[in-house]
Design a protein around this ligand. Structure first.
Ligand code: 0O2
Length: 221
């Protein structure tokens, strides 16, 4: 009986994992279509890279325990919104909102929540645009709406967040104050870099547009 119960649990968890992986495949493929189309239309690719991950069983259970949730898969599906996560790293700040709008404007993507840590950075300097969406996945049993968290950020924001994440891990969440101060200052520098890169990019685009008007380049160069 124990073996049978374990088999059932394993099978249910595999199904759970499959749903999230399938939803992430959808998200990644839709973003890739947008990326290809954007490149085709504007001769420029705003997406640097896309990373996806399904949270490990261990981290899901750790989060569930911390929140006092029961280990019921349906409760986890509704209560933990970052089991499936996608991170979209773009070149310039304006692209964060551009790609977010294009993705969430798709009629069958339901936007459940937005957290704009770019408009309102966290106290440590963390910047990113987060959203939680329902993605429809077509299974043999019908359509399932799967919850996915998508984070949009620039390369500079991503560089900072990766380092901060590693430092946080090293200090077990208790970063010494002088390192916190330096990290926050580094986030400001990353923000300044984003502003400068965006400005440069705009100047280059304007130069290209002028050159096209004067017939120096063919329109699609
Ligand atoms: P991991 O390892 O990336 O999965 P919740 O996730 O629900 O507990 P909250 O505050 O509602 O918490 O979610 P929020 O703020 O929308 O986003 C949480 C996720 O954003 C984190 O997931 C990180 O990926 C990222 N994030 C948020 N704040 C920071 C920050 O200060 N530094 C860094 N480096 N990343 C941040 P996890 O589960 O914490 O981690």
């Amino acid at each position: 009986a124990v073996a049978q119960a374990l088999d059932t649990m394993r099978s249910e968890f595999e199904r759970f994992d499959l749903e999230y992986r399938s939803a992430l495949n959808q998200v990644e493929s839709r973003l890739e279509v947008l990326q290809d189309e954007f490149t085709h239309l504007h001769d420029y690719n705003p997406i640097e890279h896309i990373a996806t991950r399904v949270k490990s069983a261990q981290s899901i259970l750790r989060k569930a325990t911390a929140r006092g949730l029961t280990f019921d898969l349906d409760a986890l599906r509704t209560e933990i919104t970052d089991i499936a996560g996608a991170r979209v790293v773009v070149s310039f700040s304006a692209d964060v909102y551009r790609v977010f709008e294009l993705f969430t404007a798709q009629p069958d993507i339901e936007l459940l929540q937005v957290k704009d840590y770019i408009a309102e950075p966290k106290a440590n300097g963390y910047r990113s645009l987060h959203c939680i969406v329902h993605v429809p996945v077509h299974f043999s049993t019908g359509v399932k709406l799967v919850v996915v968290e998508v984070q949009f950020r620039t390369s500079a924001m991503d560089f900072w967040a990766s380092l901060e994440h590693k430092i946080n891990y090293k200090f077990d969440g208790d970063i010494p104050p002088h390192i916190v101060t330096e990290l926050t200052a580094a986030a400001d520098v990353a923000n300044e870099l984003d502003a400068r890169m965006e400005h440069l990019h705009r100047q280059v685009r304007m130069h290209e547009a002028d050159a096209e008007d004067e017939g120096l380049f063919p329109a699609d160069m």
